[in-house]
Design a protein around this ligand. Sequence first.
Ligand SMILES: [Fe+2]
Length: 205
Amino acid sequence: MHTLLPLNYAYDALEPHIDARTMELHHTKHHQAYIDKLNAALEKYPEGAALSIEELLRNLKVAPEEVRTAVRNHGGGHANHSFFWTIIGPASTSGTPSVALVAALNSSFGSMEKFWEAWQSKALGLFGSGWVWLVKGGDGLSIITTANQDSSISEGKTPILALDVWEHAYYLSYQNRRADYVTAFKNVIQWDEVSRRFDLSMNSR
Ligand SMILES: [Fe+2]
């Protein structure tokens, strides 16, 4: 059984960048619903119930066809949100990216400014609901998007940074102003955690 873990900060800790009501609904309603529906799907896939969420998403093809879409959507929803909660937090603890991560971003994108331009462009260009990711793959660092709740893990990538661009993540405060939400997101990124994820991705290959 997958369960909803508490956040390690209060729902209002990201204000004014992300409001408390959005955080509470996002965590207790949206994320919880993905977990409930994943658990329901896994009742029909006991071998999958023994796997970690990452193993499930890395091996979607081995899931029986009757539950594969549910595992993809709700397992992805669970994994993506679990990841997201760890890389956002209070602006007061946002910090800065590590020297190694900055060097890698400069190398891959030309400069931090160009990285953020590319990030913004991907976030605004994503039609409908989905996610923007900074990932490590066989070809180094890249920014990708996934539709719906698809996980970058299912594409064989290691996520380092992620942004939820479903309207449920920002609509109460930002309505149709996705660009303002993307800008606000930068204030609450927890760079120590993102830098740790980057180090892990470098050590795993
Ligand atoms: Fe979400």
